[in-house]
Write a protein that binds this ligand. Structure first.
Ligand code: SME
Length: 150
């Protein structure tokens, strides 16, 4: 599934008829539609030089969390750690921002441009413990491809 999706991701990201935000929206839609356990797929980006993340394009239910300070929640921790964060069970996390009661698991992958952590891809799942290393490798591929067009 992931291998088959990679060319589609690249195709969307290279579509010069679309603006960059439109391409990112299409990537969210693609992952949300094609991967059954990806119930919410969205980008957060650093808000200028502020120590906070701002919601970018996303697919899934609207979220109240359009701004997340560095250090807060899973996303805010990734903004500081520069590491993937895989959460098999969100109920086991103290520093977690609940978006919906349906969410059971989350994965956040940072995006680097010229070595700087400029944002992240955040995925929520309604299925407990749905993510493997294959998800991590695939999402790292997506984030690297996204970094090329930013
Ligand atoms: N759960 C995230 C907040 C963002 S929502 O999942 C869309 C967190 O703890 O950072």
């Amino acid at each position: 599934m992931f291998e088959a999706l990679k060319p589609h991701v690249l195709e969307v990201l290279r579509d010069s008829a679309l603006s960059v935000p439109e391409r990112l929206q299409e990537v969210c839609n693609l992952l949300h539609n094609e991967i059954p356990v990806y119930d919410w797929v969205g980008f957060y980006f650093r808000n200028g030089t502020l120590e906070e993340l701002k919601l970018g394009p996303y697919a899934g239910d609207p979220t109240d969390h359009t701004v997340i300070p560095f250090g807060k929640g899973i996303c805010g921790q990734v903004a500081l750690s520069n590491q993937n964060f895989v959460v098999p069970d969100v109920a086991a996390q103290d520093n977690y921002i609940a978006c919906s009661l349906h969410v059971k698991a989350e994965i956040v992958i940072p995006i680097f441009v010229d070595g700087a952590n400029i944002g992240q891809l955040d995925i929520d799942s309604h299925t407990p413990d749905p993510f493997s290393e294959k998800d991590e490798r695939f999402l790292e591929f997506v984030c690297e491809a996204v970094a090329h067009i930013l």
